[in-house]
Design a binder for this molecule. Structure first.
Ligand code: G3P
Ligand code: CA
Length: 294
């Protein structure tokens, strides 16, 4: 399969992508005890997308607890700023797709967000209610048990949240978790800001299928340079359907790592693992572990 075919498929897939289909429900636990830093040396890293969005209500503590039980290497989450500048965990900048509320996170206080049920749309609302987590609560949950990819999102109209980078880093460093996180974003200035504030924090440059398609004829080295020169990131993170073997090799030749998303089929898991990608993000981390024989 050549990369042009893969990228064409990626565009079609992105256009046709259906919402993640749920398959099970879990429970909640939290801890703040200092523990050994996870090595994060496994390859590929098994990353639970939104906590494992096919298995539990996405971006809830229930999902992240479930991912810890599965034994993932990392969880992935998405963060925004509330009206009163709390760093909260949710994918969309508006609350209506996943909760029983309406409006934008930026227009709601943390108290108002905490009144919502973040499991309201999972299984048609039949799952146990879950609050909207703060990043602080999630960090306390995973500390010493798994790494965490923190995706810094933007608000309506691609508006950046002023100061979110500093808030995220402060939450991470307050818990001594600098070695446990990768801050990821599609927004390149956000990634540059993270490195400016704290160069120790690993970052991942997310690019989408359209971004990859505009570089369809470019050599792998040029594709990688376009993202990594602009961000100083440690990980190049394209969607799985746009990854090809020479791209993986070129990332490694540059001394960097490649993580890819969102990988939910056995064939894709095997192909990407065989090519040597460093991190695979999946809605089904249990299936990914099985395929990898872990
Ligand atoms: O891991 C990267 C992936 O999460 C980016 O896509 O839309 O799920 O945030 P999205
Ligand atoms: Ca994400």
């Amino acid at each position: 399969m050549n990369r042009f075919f893969l990228i064409a498929c990626a565009i079609l897939l992105a256009a046709c992508r259906a919402p993640v289909s749920p398959t099970a429900t879990p429970a909640i636990v939290a801890t703040n005890a200092p523990t050994a830093t996870p090595a994060l040396a496994a390859k590929p890293l098994v990353v639970a997308h939104r906590g494992g969005a096919a298995l539990a209500p996405e971006n809830t503590l229930a999902a992240f607890e479930n991912a810890l039980k599965i034994g993932v290497d990392m969880v992935e989450c998405d963060v925004h700023l509330s009206k009163d500048d709390a760093v909260v965990v949710m994918h969309d900048f508006a609350v209506s797709r996943t909760t029983n509320g309406s409006g934008e996170i930026r227009d709601l206080t943390l108290v108002e967000l905490k009144q919502l049920n973040a499991a309201a749309k999972f299984f048609g609302g039949s799952a146990p209610p879950q609050p909207v987590p703060t990043l602080a609560e999630l960090l306390d949950l995973v500390k010493g048990k798994a790494g965490i990819q923190i995706e810094i999102k933007v608000g309506a109209g691609n508006a950046r949240y002023p100061g979110i980078e500093r808030k995220v880093i402060d939450l991470v460093n307050a818990r001594g978790m600098a070695n446990d996180v990768i801050v990821i974003s599609f927004d390149f200035p956000t990634l540059k800001e993270i490195k400016t504030i704290d160069p120790r924090i690993k970052t991942g440059a997310l690019v989408n299928a359209t971004w990859m398609t505009t570089r369809l004829l470019a050599p792998p080295e040029k594709i990688i340079a376009d993202a990594m020169d602009a961000t100083g990131a440690d990980y190049f993170m394209p969607p799985a359907s746009t990854v090809f073997e020479e791209l993986v090799k070129a990332v490694h030749a540059r001394g960097l790592k490649i993580g890819t998303w969102t990988v939910n089929t056995e064939a894709d898991m095997r192909r990407l693992a065989d090519w040597g990608v460093d991190a695979i993000t999946s809605d089904k981390p249990d299936e990914l572990k099985r395929v990898l024989g872990r």
